[in-house]
Design a protein around this ligand. Structure first.
Ligand code: NAD
Length: 389
């Protein structure tokens, strides 16, 4: 089969195995170019196959020389459908890690379930003994919790409707979009899926099984962003869930203080990932931000962010924390000169000047790369046997 991108709205329903391998290879090269990093040596990455989790896994492996166990929820190929990009990314990652003598196994299943937690613990006991770092990087639409209820997350406001400019991805026009307020059920659902409850369950299960080393680190990722997107992000359903994640971080530090655990939230930069491109209004902010940050020489992708986390921010310990105790990898995004310029452009942007004011091309390049497309050195005419991959 000749694999081509099939884009539907903010998702691409195909992925290219060679392109995904190239995507991973480039991230490994970027990491190696940073030189060796002092960091964890045995790492569990929950949500390891795409976006920030994949970049974290690559960083600890090829920067810190860590053995990694990954958890992901991805689909393998069938006779007629390609695998999901995370599946191909992980195949490529495992191969590259093995070539350098690094342990890299991945469990494909529902991280929210007790079965996958138990399987993970068995694997750690058998292969790694104890782990010294747990990265929690899940972004999921739903979660079946231990109470048996399946909760669904929503991207809505919590205080009335919000109307703002929005980029219509299919024809590069600007229109206004309105996001309505969430119901109580949607607020609860989002908190259950994207809050910190499951993070706490993971850490407890790992400690109870005795598979966490003394003075371990656990880290989860958050986002704040500019005032402009507060109604849909920071003060929206997802923002309330992130507040719960933050409170869970505080709770973990207290509960496991005697074990020397350090729990951290890293507030990362806005980037095109499978999870983030689904949020309305936000892609226009991303495209404007990309343009301004590139013009200032400050643009970073997931891998540059994670390299900076492990190379600079984590070794700096308390010195890298804001007054709320969070790591701020969004420091460059939030620089006043960047935000002022983005907001100026936001005011001006319309259907006729979008391509000039925003980095539409850069947005789409990131988007296609996520699915393994649009790499200039990949042969997209190659006939691929889907099931042999
Ligand atoms: P992503 O969609 O690229 O990655 C999600 C990962 O979770 C994948 O590895 C996927 O396989 C895994 N996953 C999803 N459901 C699962 C399940 N039930 N069981 C096992 N694995 C499952 O998302 P991302 O953008 O990298 O987000 C990761 C974290 O980073 C989230 O907490 C997100 O809020 C945060 N973050 C994202 C941005 C951004 O702009 N993208 C910015 C700051 C923080």
């Amino acid at each position: 089969m000749i694999i081509q991108p099939k884009v539907k709205g903010f998702i691409c329903t195909t992925a290219h195995p060679d392109g995904c391998a190239e995507y991973v290879k480039r991230q490994i090269e970027t990491t190696k170019a940073c030189g060796p990093m002092n960091g964890p040596k045995k790492v569990l990455v929950i949500g390891s196959s795409t976006g920030y989790g994949l970049a974290s896994r690559i960083t600890v492996s090829f920067g810190c020389g860590a053995d990694t166990l990954g958890i992901m929820f991805e689909k393998p190929a069938t006779a007629r459908r390609t695998a999901t990009p995370g599946f191909y990314n992980t195949q490529a990652f495992e191969k590259a890690a093995a070539a350098e003598g690094l342990y890299a196994k991945t469990i494909n299943g529902d991280a929210f379930s007790e079965e996958i937690k138990a399987q993970t613990i068995e694997t750690i006991k058998k292969d790694l003994g104890q782990i010294d770092c747990i990265i929690y990087s899940l972004a999921a639409p739903r979660r079946t919790a231990p109470d048996g209820i399946t909760y669904t997350s929503a991207l809505k406001t919590t205080q009335g409707s919000f109307t703002e400019k929005s980029w219509v991805l299919k024809d590069n026009t600007i229109e206004t979009a309105t996001i309505g307020p969430a119901t109580e059920e949607e607020i609860t659902g989002t908190r259950k899926v994207m809050g910190g409850e499951d993070w706490i369950l993971w850490i407890r299960a790992l400690y109870e099984a005795g598979v966490v080393a003394e003075h371990a680190l656990t880290i989860a990722y958050s986002y704040i962003g500019p005032q402009l997107t507060y109604p849909v992000y920071h003060e929206g359903t997802i923002g309330l869930a992130k507040k719960h994640l933050y409170d869970s971080c505080t709770a973990l530090n207290q509960e496991f203080a005697d074990k020397g655990l350090t729990a951290r939230i890293s507030v990362n930069k806005a980037l095109v990932t499978q999870a983030s491109s689904a949020i309305p209004i936000v892609p226009l902010y991303f495209a404007l931000l990309y343009r301004v940050m590139k013009d200032h020489g400050l643009h970073e992708g997931c891998i540059e962010q994670m390299n900076r986390l492990f190379k600079d921010k984590l070794p700096a310990k308390d010195a890298a924390l804001d007054e709320e105790g969070q790591i701020r990898l969004d420091d460059w995004e939030m620089k006043p000169e960047i935000q002022e310029e983005v907001m100026k452009r936001w005011e001006k942007v319309n259907s006729s000047n979008l391509l000039e004011l925003a980095d539409v091309e850069g947005y789409w390049e990131d988007f296609y790369h996520m699915f393994g497309f649009h790499f200039d050195n990949v042969d997209y005419d190659r006939d691929i046997d889907l099931e042999a991959q």
